[in-house]
Design a protein around this ligand. Structure first.
Ligand SMILES: [Fe+2]
Ligand SMILES: [Fe+2]
Length: 221
């Protein structure tokens, strides 16, 4: 399995565009999954092209929460894919948005419990947050247990605890302050991406375990 950051506030490879937002491509032998779509479709598609990623292979689109920097690229992505996909979205997304998605494929709605939508691929279920927006995270159980988060508005520590300890944590941790808690619940690698406020502090505290995130980051599992 390969996990590639397509869109992030930073880049870790040349010729890619940094932009506020987040998107990750997960490829395994059977299918590809797109986690969030960044804010700008053209930037997402161009970064994907530069990285040699064909989004036409995407079978699942997993949307963490209804913020523009995570779903804005969706219309361009759907135009690129040109065939039906399976969406995994929080149940709390607006009815109009879910109806629109249903024109492009099946819509699976995450309620408040963990569920498996493909072998080894789980939604944590949607969780409440203090900004009134619900959010789900992607949990992949395989050789390594991986948790990919969008902005972690519900608190990244709470989100990890829904699935127990993980080997790899990647995504936006937003304003999460208690970074000393991460060491016990993340076994191998922490990638603080996108909106994480304490990026530098995490990289300093976990010199062995953490790694700079940005568009172009590839993790082979
Ligand atoms: Fe965000
Ligand atoms: Fe957000």
């Amino acid at each position: 399995m390969r996990i590639t950051v397509l869109y992030d506030n930073n880049v870790v490879r040349e010729k890619l565009h940094p932009a506020h937002g987040f998107s990750v491509l997960v490829e395994n032998k059977k299918f590809s999954l797109l986690f969030d779509t960044g804010w700008s479709g053209p930037i997402l598609l161009e970064n994907a092209r530069t990285l040699g990623k064909d989004l036409k292979q995407v079978r699942f689109i997993f949307l963490s929460h209804q913020h523009w920097d995570h779903i804005g690229g969706l219309p361009d992505v759907l135009k690129e894919i040109q065939r039906e996909v399976i969406f995994i979205v929080p149940r709390s997304f607006t009815k109009g948005f879910k109806r629109e998605l249903s024109h492009y494929g099946e819509v699976m709605e995450a309620d408040s419990s963990v569920f498996e939508f493909a072998p080894g691929f789980f939604s944590t279920g949607e969780m409440d947050s203090d900004i009134g927006i619900k959010e789900q995270a992607l949990f992949i159980k395989g050789k390594k247990d991986v948790l990919i988060v969008g902005c972690s508005h519900p608190d990244v520590y709470r989100m990890i605890n829904l699935v127990g300890k993980v080997d790899i944590l990647m995504g936006g941790f937003h304003g999460f302050e208690r970074i000393e808690l991460l060491g016990d619940v993340v076994g191998e690698r922490i990638f603080p991406c996108h909106c994480t406020v304490k990026k530098d502090e995490i990289l300093d505290m976990y010199t062995e375990k953490s790694q700079k995130c940005g568009a172009g980051l590839e993790v082979e599992i």
